[in-house]
Design a protein around this ligand. Structure first.
Ligand SMILES: CC(C)(COP(=O)(O)OP(=O)(O)OC[C@H]1O[C@@H](n2cnc3c(N)ncnc32)[C@H](O)[C@@H]1OP(=O)(O)O)[C@@H](O)C(=O)NCCC(=O)NCCS
Length: 190
C-alpha cells in the first residue's frame, strides 16, 4: 500500500550537507532572503516574493498542507548554519498509480554545488524506500537546463517534451518531462 499521509510521513531526511525538515513560521526570513530573487523564481510557478509577508503567506500555506496531510515540501536546511536555503517536495501524489511529482528550488548563493542533486536523491530514496511509490516524475522548463542536469544525475529518464505545456510569467513554455521508476532505482542500486 502507498503511504500518502504526508504530514505523518515527512520525517527529517539527513544527507552529508543537508537536513530536509518541515518548514516553520520562524523560517520566513530565510525563505524571503532567496525567494525575492527573480532569477530563482524565473522558471517556477510562483512569483518572486515582494515582501516578507509573501514568505509568511507561503509558510502558512505549507503548514496548512502539513496539517491536512496533503503533499508538501520539506525545507532544505544547510546543516552548517541551520539556514533554510531552499525547498523540495511532492506537488501531487496519486495512490491509485503509486506515482508522485517532485519539485524544488534553491537559493542562488548555493547553485552549482551539487546541493539539489543531494536533496533530490534523498527524496527519491524516501519515495521508493518508505512511501512505496512506483514512479516519481519531475518537469522543468526547456529553458532551465540545470534542472534537467539534476534530474539525470539522480537517475531520472527523459520521457519527452510537452510543448507549451505551461503558461508561466506571460508566456507559453515547453516543458521537459522526466521520471524514475522503482525498477530503474533498484537496477541502479544492484
Ligand atoms: C535548478 C536548480 C534546482 C539546480 O540546483 P543546483 O543545486 O544548482 O544543482 P546541482 O549543482 O546539483 O546541479 C546543477 C547542474 O546543472 C548544470 N548547469 C548549471 N547551469 C547550466 C546551464 N545553464 N546549462 C546546462 N547545465 C547547467 C551544472 O553544471 C550541474 O551539472 P554537473 O554537475 O553535471 O556539472 C537551481 O538552480 C534552482 O533552484 N533554480 C531556481 C529554481 C528552479 O529553477 N527550480 C527548478 C524548477 S524545475
Amino acid at each position: 500500500m502507498i503511504y500518502t499521509d504526508n504530514y505523518a510521513y515527512m520525517p527529517d531526511l539527513e544527507t552529508p550537507r543537508l537536513r530536509l525538515r518541515k518548514l516553520q513560521m520562524r523560517d520566513a526570513a530565510d525563505i524571503y532572503r532567496y525567494s525575492r530573487d527573480v532569477q530563482v523564481a524565473r522558471h517556477v510557478l510562483w512569483e518572486a516574493h515582494r515582501s516578507i509577508g509573501d514568505s509568511r503567506a507561503y509558510l502558512r500555506y505549507m503548514l496548512r498542507r502539513y496539517r491536512n496531510h496533503e503533499p508538501a515540501s520539506w525545507g532544505i536546511e544547510w546543516r552548517d548554519t541551520g539556514e533554510i536555503i531552499g525547498t523540495i517536495g511532492f506537488m501531487w501524489i496519486q495512490s491509485d498509480n503509486a506515482a508522485a511529482e517532485v519539485g524544488y528550488s534553491l537559493s542562488r548563493d548555493f547553485w552549482n554545488k551539487g546541493i539539489m542533486t543531494e536533496a533530490l536523491r534523498a527524496v527519491i530514496a524516501h519515495g521508493f524506500g518508505s512511501m512505496n511509490l512506483n514512479r516519481i516524475e519531475a518537469q522543468h522548463e526547456t529553458t532551465n537546463p540545470a534542472s534537467g542536469a539534476v534530474m539525470r544525475k539522480c537517475g531520472m529518464i527523459h520521457e519527452g517534451t510537452l510543448r507549451q505545456r505551461l503558461y508561466n510569467k506571460g508566456r507559453y513554455v515547453d516543458v521537459e518531462l522526466y521520471a524514475i521508476l522503482r525498477k530503474d532505482y533498484s537496477d541502479k542500486r544492484r
